[in-house]
Design a protein around this ligand. Structure first.
Ligand code: PLP
Length: 347
């Protein structure tokens, strides 16, 4: 079984390697956390109010949404709920178009399922035909990510519809929308017409709540049921519920961050053009940069100056590539300065 390589615990510099919001959370979240009462901490948490607030934000009915201890929990619960051995006794299959968030294949293997990896197109466009070919009678989950991590590339909703029409009756299509706030594109309005599609969301990225661990999954109640059974009854803690409600009330803070992400991406694209580095145009809050044989110099040189970037060169199709979070403009400028220093010194 493949081992998941959790990123090293690097908290002493600028963290541009895990796609977090380095502007961190809204000050209103901190106010809400400070006003937590002792009785709220002493008792098991209620979920009704937070479920309603999150459902309103996503435009769905509350009975179509489950809170999660981070979207990671939703991915594991999907694997547990859907990837049991098939009636024939063989392993259930999860189709994973690559490059993908590593957790999909990892969780699939943890529960005894078989990841069916689909190789990327050279330009990282969605390989629809090959994804359809990878679906078999044993497919129980297709993991899609829109926009994708690590490429930042968006996929067309038409491709999601095509996959949903092609899977066996027992299967679900899991659309990971961890970065949907940045693309502004979601499959959620189509869920009523596609009861075999589930959409996962997180409050770790755009809302800056990664340390509190909260996400949500939405879809038809029947498709959600196996996931609900797999999620521990009180998996989301009271601090996370209070925080997400406060974060969702502070849309100015969210919009300010989204504007910075756009500006940061433009700055980084321009810097890459100057430095002769290629990159994928991203619909998310990070950019995959292809540095070729300059990869180690950039990643190691930036780390030595306290800026952490993520080497993604081991991912399918990503030879020579690194991923850089593009959020707070001042942080992006610091990163660009360091990249320019490193590459100019190497000339
Ligand atoms: C595609 C994707 N899905 C899910 C997650 C995990 O989200 P969470 O922090 O809510 O567990 C990440 C985090 O990097 C991600 O990139």
């Amino acid at each position: 079984m493949n081992k998941y390589h959790k990123p090293a615990e690097l908290y002493d510099g600028l963290r541009l390697h895990q796609n977090e919001n380095t502007g961190v959370c809204s000050p209103k979240v901190l106010d809400a956390l400070r006003s937590l009462r002792a009785d709220q901490i002493g008792f098991y948490p209620p979920y009704e109010s937070t479920t309603t607030v999150c459902a309103e934000y996503l435009g769905v009915a509350p009975d179509r949404l489950s809170l999660l201890n981070g979207l990671d929990e939703g991915i594991m619960a999907t694997a547990v709920g859907y990837l049991r051995p098939t009636a024939g006794g063989g392993p259930a299959e999860a189709v994973v178009p690559e490059p993908a968030f590593e957790i999909f294949a990892f969780d699939t293997e943890v529960v005894g399922g078989r990841p069916v990896r689909v190789a990327p197109n050279p330009d990282f466009s969605f390989p629809l035909e090959r994804v359809l070919e990878a679906i078999t009678a044993n497919t129980r989950v297709v993991f899609l990510t829109n926009p994708n991590n690590p490429t930042g590339m968006a996929m067309p909703n038409e491709a999601i519809r095509a996959v949903a029409r092609a899977v066996p009756a027992e299967a679900v299509v899991f659309v990971d929308e961890a970065y949907a706030e940045f693309s502004g594109v979601t499959f959620i309005p189509e869920l009523a017409a596609f009861p075999n599609v589930l959409v996962g969301r997180t409050f770790s990225k755009a809302f800056g709540l990664a340390g509190l661990r909260i996400g949500a999954i939405t879809g038809a109640p029947g498709a959600l049921e196996p996931i609900r059974l797999a999620v521990p009854v009180y998996s989301v803690n009271i601090a996370a519920t209070v925080a997400v409600e406060a974060a969702l009330r502070d849309r100015d803070y969210l919009n300010g961050y989204l504007r910075q992400v756009e500006e940061s991406k433009s700055l980084l694209y321009a810097a890459c053009d100057r430095l002769g580095l290629t990159y994928c145009r991203s619909a998310a809050n990070f950019v995959l940069v292809c540095a070729g044989d300059r990869l180690n110099a950039i990643v190691n040189g930036a780390a030595a100056r306290g800026i952490y970037l993520r080497d993604r060169s081991g991912e399918p199709g990503c030879g020579g590539c690194l991923r850089i979070a593009t959020g707070v403009v001042e942080h992006t400028r610091r990163c660009i300065d360091v990249m320019e220093d490193i590459l100019c010194a190497a000339r």
